[in-house]
Design a protein around this ligand. Structure first.
Ligand code: GLC
Length: 731
């Protein structure tokens, strides 16, 4: 007989139960007060319903939109403000940009999103999200408009630096880690821009844009949408539990994203179970009733109008209701979505976040920024061990290029005013030490720059591109876009001709053309490294740390090799319609399927040591579709370094269903000492073997032989295996 509870214990237990129910509501320690909706023992749904009921119709309408018509990014201001309802103790809601740092006065400029993706490191993605959320919170914000997860469909995209690159899996893993960490830090994340916001538009002959993000209609077939442009949003919702989603400016298959019922209700809420709220990009709401009924819940900035849209300002909403174009029920549904998430996230049950940046541990955040910048730096080329530089053996070093003296970042809503910044020139000079003659030339005079390089033990040329939200690059060369004086390609050529040990440090938003790559000793891609740019670049150059990055996007040999090149219907679009007719063949999928050799492939990146991947093991999952892939990574070189083994799966194609040769389905970044070996295991779930079936409108696993490839890039495959599924054989 089990041990019986003593009669005393039963009385005590009963007393506890009764006491709990008799105490009435469980008031939170926060700012909610003693209203019925402040009872934390109630569900978020119930609390939202009680509050909506207590609000007047006009107050509910007022909660649909932000109400401060200014976004300057100045200290003490917020990108978005919703003033709440003081009568009922509904607190103000503060929102801020963005994916690379907090655009509010000064802040830590973290490495750009593409640099973070290049680290292939989920732990660092969490660090990036946590640190930015901490700064957003210390400046009084409840929501941060990040991460940007749009796929880099064309490297011409003006916001390439804000993306996590061309692969949905890498983007999803990076985004989920970022969101979870940011929300654990107490700030609601806002995954953006939902969906298929993959271009800003090409600068036309006048000041108009061709294929502008505000007006372009992205025509994406169902399978491509589900397999390429949605998985990272799906992961943000299902795994990241993201609190909010920002709907994009563009149209998707007809309707604008912010009034696209398929996107905002059928896919987001019905298919994925999203419980948070949908907010509009700035000025992206189009028609009050259509938008609210499609699933738009909130417009933080209803003060811009790019093409005759109806904002959600109270007077416009009231007029729409009076004219029968919207209803109070539409309003109440949207406000309920917003309030429910605010209750669920604890927004009502805590004190307001004071705007007090003394709470920010700036030195710690600067170290985090530096660590991520180093881990995201990609060593593209290293002929005859040009790198690392040995300060003790250097007598002279030339540092060339005005960009070596500048803080490089992209323009627009992700442009951060850094608390501090160390330039590559300053940090390289410091790291070289007093025994090395470091001579600098800004590269504006090619002959003079070549003279400065000639005779030095090595020459470091630092060059940046120019990218900004609002307009795409006109071409992929280093000097495309906002002209900034020197011709950087020619500068590199002249310096390389003068010094055989020329090292090019790229600080770019994404892939660029590298016509001089065979004529230089080494190439580092540092992207937009942020506040600690100098320290990170110097430490990698001198080998204090291994370049940990791998390419999150393909570097083409020629611009015409890009999947979107040569067909204006694909990019930038014709008559404001852009056709994603390349389908699932985005990025390396295109290069691999078409057999095009890139300059540097997706996943590529060298180390100062060398690795081997051995003993591939592929084990089918028991009871269902899946597999465990294991491989031993060995450091065969003479120093410690960072390895990034990558797992690719080649799904079987079928008539009418093209499949790229391989797709990234697993990766890990690991540091190994000289001679160290480590067994790494990757778990591939059912989704890793699935395609989107457009007849059944769901994920399916086709019968066939699945090729498992493990390598150090998408083109450098060390080991191959196969897995037969659904009764097929691998022959
Ligand atoms: C911009 C961007 C968006 C940003 C918002 C607020 O238009 O598209 O990413 O968060 O406005 O600055």
């Amino acid at each position: 007989m089990g041990r019986r509870l003593s009669s005393v214990a039963v009385v005590v237990l009963l007393g506890l139960v009764l006491a709990g129910s008799a105490a009435g509501p469980a008031w939170a320690a926060g700012r909610c007060g003693d209203h019925p909706w402040c009872d934390t023992s109630l569900s978020a749904d119930r609390r939202a319903a009680l509050l909506v009921e207590a609000l007047t119709p006009a107050e509910r309408i007022g909660l649909l939109a932000g109400d401060v018509p200014a976004i300057s990014g100045a200290a003490g201001t917020h990108t978005g403000t919703e003033s709440g309802v003081p009568r009922l103790g509904v607190p103000p809601l503060y929102l801020t940009d963005g994916p690379i740092g907090v655009r509010q006065g000064q802040a830590t400029a973290f490495p750009a999103s593409i640099a973070l993706a290049a680290s292939f490191d989920r732990g660092l993605a969490a660090e990036h999200g946590r640190a930015i959320a901490e700064e957003a919170r210390a400046k009084g914000n409840d929501v941060v408009y990040a991460p940007t997860v749009n796929i880099l469909r064309t490297p011409l995209w003006g916001r390439a630096f804000e993306s996590f690159g061309e692969d949905p899996y890498l983007t999803a893993r990076t985004g989920v880690a970022w969101i979870r960490a940011a929300q654990r830090a107490g700030v609601m994340a806002n995954v953006k821009h939902f969906a298929a916001n993959n271009q800003e538009g090409e600068q036309g002959p006048g000041d108009e844009l061709i294929g502008s993000r505000y007006t372009v209609d992205a025509r994406v077939d169902e399978r491509t949408l589900r397999e390429i442009y949605l998985p990272h949003f799906e992961a943000a919702v299902k795994e990241g539990r993201v609190a909010s989603v920002m709907c994009a400016y563009n149209k998707l298959n007809g309707p604008h994203a912010c009034e696209n019922r398929t996107l905002l209700t059928r896919i987001l809420r019905q298919d994925w179970g999203f419980k948070g709220f949908v907010l509009a990009d700035y000025g992206a709401s189009k028609h009050v009733g259509t938008g609210l009924r499609a699933g738009l819940d909130f417009e933080p900035f209803p003060y811009v109008d790019f093409d005759g849209g109806e904002n959600l300002r109270p007077e416009i909403v009231s007029a729409a209701i009076a004219a029968g174009r919207a209803s109070q029920a539409d309003v109440d549904r949207a406000v309920t979505h917003l309030l429910r998430e605010l209750f669920a996230f604890g927004f009502f049950d805590r004190a307001a976040y004071p705007d007090d940046e003394s709470q920010i541990d700036r030195p710690a955040h600067l170290r985090t920024a530096e660590e991520i910048a180093e881990a995201g730096t990609v060593l593209l080329r290293n002929r005859s061990r040009t790198l690392p530089l040995a300060a003790g053996r250097l007598r002279s070093l030339a540092v060339i290029g005005a960009d070596a003296d500048r803080n490089i970042n992209g323009g627009g809503s992700s442009n951060i005013n850094p608390y501090s910044f160390t330039s590559p020139r300053a940090a390289i000079t410091t790291r070289a030490g007093s025994g090395v003659d470091v001579r600098f030339d800004d590269g504006t005079d090619l002959a003079r720059a070549a003279d400065a390089a000639r005779g030095a033990d090595a020459a470091v040329v630092v060059v940046a591109d120019a990218a900004t939200e609002g307009v795409d690059k006109p071409c992929l060369g280093l000097d495309c876009g906002a002209q900034r004086g020197v011709q950087r390609d020619r500068l590199i050529e002249r310096v390389a001709a003068a010094n055989r040990r020329t090292i090019v440090v790229l600080e770019t938003a994404g892939p660029v053309l590298t016509p001089w790559r065979q004529r230089v000793g080494a190439i580092l891609e540092a992207w937009y490294p942020g506040s600690a740019a100098g320290e990170a670049i110097a430490r990698v150059l001198f080998g204090d740390v291994d370049p940990g990055g791998r390419l999150p996007a393909t570097f083409p040999r020629r611009e015409r090799d890009l999947p979107t090149a040569g067909d204006r219907r694909r990019y930038p679009g014709v008559n404001e319609v852009v056709r994603y007719s390349e389908g699932v063949l985005v990025g390396y999928r295109w290069f691999d399927e078409r057999g095009i050799r890139p300059a540097y492939p997706f996943g590529h990146g060298l180390s100062y040591t060398r690795f081997a991947l051995r003993n591939l093991g592929v084990r089918r999952a028991r009871g269902g579709v899946g597999a465990t892939v294991s491989v031993t990574v060995v450091n065969r070189g003479s120093r410690a370094g960072t390895a990034v083994p990558q797992v690719y799966v080649g799904l079987p194609g079928a008539r009418g269903r093209v499949q790229p040769p391989r797709q990234l389905k697993g990766y890990q970044s690991l540091d190994l000492r000289r001679g160290q070996a480590r067994r790494v295991t990757f778990r591939l779930d059912r989704r890793a073997f699935s395609y989107w079936d457009t007849r059944r409108h769901r994920w399916e696993v086709a019968p066939g032989c699945y090729r498992i490839q493990v390598g150090q890039s998408s083109r450098d495959i060390d080991a191959r295996g196969a897995l037969a599924l659904r009764g097929a054989s691998c022959g």
